[in-house]
Design a protein around this ligand. Structure first.
Ligand code: DAH
Length: 347
């Protein structure tokens, strides 16, 4: 029996030393120490021993079990340490390998132009403000001297939210004139860029949503000369010192007198022709309408509690997409909203 125990010990230790993973280790544990294992089989024969031999063999069997268990533990920790080493080696990161360059994105071309316009006006002392796109008809129309029944209030042109036509998506940033004059008294200088909405089909120069930049200046002794000076200054800053522009008389209910300002067409340089054909950008006009403007109507000042006998002012509203198209030589307005990166990457 002693020899049997010795043999079990030797074989078990050798097998455990040879085990190369924890699964094999477990198999070996069952094989040698398990209920149906080799050691148990030998112990079952103890009953056959004499009373003197039994404790001696019992002791020997226990020490063999202890040695095998110790070996098991030793191999287990050795194997798991090796496994950890291997894992660390496999997952090692070489921090010296150069990284992938991240391409930096940039502002949308329209925002680039907006930023430029804002910078110029801030330099001239204007305060830039923001206002609601869901607007009351009283701000968008009524207090701007646009009476009930005016064509621009028509349901076929304006998105209304309520049956009484009191709440709408603003059709112009001019609503901000009223909002600003409600809060501020002259002298005042305001610039209000933002989205506006009209029931227009989208084509090369129209979109149901577009951007305007509203400007308003009110003080004593403000004249049409101040308006022209401000607009010429900004246009030269954006389009260059030799930018060509013209003012035409026009009508707006909230300004008197009113005008529109055109820029010379960037495509045909005012000739109205490209390669012997009618210029596709200005339709042969030679000019592109850029903004509406005028002297603030006395009624509008009164509607905001400002005395038109004492104060006068000018206002203008320009189309930001039109400006971006001229500035960046974009021929179709829809490109600005499509967000095709092949287009955007050009700016
Ligand atoms: N709100 C006008 C439009 O959408 C543009 C405009 C014209 C704005 C004259 C003004 C202005 O401030 O004085 O067509």
């Amino acid at each position: 029996m002693k020899e049997q125990l010795e043999l079990i010990k030797q074989n078990a230790l050798a097998a455990l030393d040879a085990a190369e993973n924890t699964a094999t280790l477990d198999e070996q544990r069952v094989k040698w120490l398990g209920k149906k294992g080799e050691l148990t089989a030998v112990l079952k024969m103890m009953g056959k021993l004499s009373a003197e031999e039994r404790p001696i063999m019992g002791q020997l069997a226990n020490s063999v079990r202890a040695e095998i268990e110790a070996k098991l533990e030793e191999r287990k920790s050795a194997l798991s340490a090796a496994a950890l080493e291997a894992k660390l080696a496999a997952e090692a990161i070489d921090v010296t390998i150069p990284g992938d360059a991240v391409s930096m994105g940039h502002q949308h071309p329209m925002n680039q132009v907006l930023q430029q316009v804002k910078d110029i006006f801030v330099g001239l002392g204007y305060t830039v403000v923001d206002g609601p796109e869901v607007e009351l008809a009283s701000y968008n129309f009524t207090r701007l001297n646009i009476e009930e029944g005016h064509p621009s209030r028509d349901r076929s042109d304006t998105f209304y939210f309520t049956d009484d036509d009191a709440v709408l998506l603003r059709t112009q940033t001019s609503s901000m004139q009223i909002r600003f004059m409600e809060e501020h008294k002259p002298p005042l200088c305001m610039l209000a860029p933002g989205r506006v909405f009209r029931k227009d089909e989208a084509d090369a120069t129209h979109s149901p949503m577009f951007h305007q930049i509203e400007g308003l200046v009110v003080d004593e002794h403000i004249t049409m000369g101040d308006l022209k000076g401000a607009l010429i200054t900004i246009m030269r800053a954006i389009y260059g010192e030799d930018a060509q522009m013209r003012f035409r008389p026009h009508h707006f209910p909230f300004t008197e007198p009113s005008c529109e300002m055109d820029m010379q067409c960037h495509k045909c340089h005012g000739t109205g022709e490209v390669d012997g054909a009618v210029c596709p950008t200005c339709h042969g006009e030679g000019w592109i309408e850029l903004l509406g403007a005028g002297m603030v109507h006395p009624e509008v000042l009164r509607n905001c509690g400002i005395d038109p006998e004492k104060y006068s002012g000018f206002a203008f509203g320009m189309g930001l997409e039109r400006m971006a198209m001229g500035r960046l030589k974009i021929n179709d307005l829809r490109l600005i909203f499509d967000n095709d990166v092949r287009f955007l990457n050009q700016f």
